[in-house]
Design a protein around this ligand. Structure first.
Ligand code: UFG
Length: 322
């Protein structure tokens, strides 16, 4: 069974490549290394190319003949997308169309898409079910929501089937410490906190303290990257078992505020790093917490690391190695 993974050198992609490799799947990573890293690809081969390069993409499909495509490659910083919307529509929407055209030309009919909780914008209800309306509040969320619509249309038009996984906040690292989160620039809360604890930064800024949440800071559903990777394996099995196209939230179903994350990081690291309260960040919804009953019931997802302390501990072990 051959799986083509775009963005397999990135944070979530590399953890998925690892478990695919461990399970004996043949994997090819297609990544332009703009934000990913060669060393993060622990299994299979790596083609360094851009999704806009259809010639290379076609060649790879012809030679590798994938049975399934998993599409991670994307720009992911919501705040950047507000300043540079076209980058997001090109990298996330246009490049997904390029990929899907080659997928169709090659008669590949199974596809797994990395979507995001950002498609919900500011949800009406917390926890968020997949039935919640799609109202993204930044170009990042819109760039992904467009792809979800396109996937729906393609699947209605033929025998193509897909699973779209809406990630909440991926965090942590594999316990073996070979791969973990490394973005440049880093924008994600837990990674930034740990860089601060390590001494690489002056202090962590708490973005916004007057949100309508119990302690005034934003709430997120942090999910360990290995549990998220497992969700992809289950989605793959579901498509191989002839499952119909569907969309699933990937989160644990409860959230932590920025202040709670900072406190847990003080405990895990034992380092009394500085935190500073500042104004809110553009494009940040107050709370994003998944209702994950659907993926638990339909894909039998049974997460193993639903524990903020463990998430931060694995991320800390990784950070100390960097
Ligand atoms: N935050 C701070 N200080 C920082 C960085 C972040 O207070 O220095 C806050 C943010 O305001 C937010 C929370 O920490 O409230 C989490 O921020 P992240 O940047 O870690 O993550 P986001 O929630 O903004 O976005 C992430 C992914 C998106 C995905 C989203 C879904 O980057 O791709 O989770 O929940 F859509």
């Amino acid at each position: 069974m051959r799986i083509l993974v775009t963005g397999g050198a990135g944070y979530v992609g590399s953890h998925v490549v690892k478990i695919l490799g461990e399970k004996g799947y043949e994997v090819l990573t297609y990544d332009n290394l703009s934000t990913g890293n060669r060393w993060a690809v622990l299994y299979g081969s790596l083609v360094v190319a851009d999704l806009s390069d259809r010639g290379t993409l076609r060649g790879v499909f012809k030679d590798f003949r994938p049975d399934v495509v998993m599409h991670f490659a994307a720009s992911i910083v919501a705040s950047e997308s507000v300043r540079e919307p076209l980058k997001y529509y090109r990298n996330n929407t246009v490049n997904s169309i390029n990929l899907l055209e080659v997928v169709q030309e090659s008669n590949v009919d199974k596809f797994i898409f990395s979507s995001t909780a950002a498609v919900y914008g500011i949800p009406e209800k917390i926890p968020i079910t997949e039935e919640e309306s799609i109202k993204p509040i930044n170009p990042y969320g819109r760039s992904k929501a467009f792809v979800e619509r396109i996937l729906e249309d393609i699947s209605k038009a033929g025998h193509f089937r897909y699973v779209s996984l809406r990630y909440f906040n991926a965090a942590g690292a594999e316990p073996e410490g070979r791969i973990g989160e490394m973005h440049d620039p880093e924008t994600h809360l837990i990674a930034l906190i740990l860089k601060t604890a390590k001494g690489g930064r002056e202090g962590i800024k708490i973005f916004g303290t007057d949100y309508p949440t119990p302690d005034g800071t934003c709430i997120r559903d942090y999910i360990h990257v290995d549990d998220l990777a497992e969700a992809h394996l289950l989605a793959l099995q579901y498509l191989l078992d002839a499952g119909e196209s569907d969309i699933f939230n990937c989160g644990y179903g409860h959230g932590y505020s920025v202040r709670e994350v900072v406190s847990m990081a003080w405990k895990v690291t034992g380092i009394d790093f500085v935190s500073e309260e500042t104004g809110g960040r553009q494009g940040d919804p107050p709370a994003l917490v998944a209702d994950s009953s659907k993926i638990r019931q339909r894909l039998y997802w049974n997460p193993r690391y639903d524990n903020l302390e463990y998430i931060i501990r694995t991320a800390w072990e990784w950070e100390k190695r960097l």
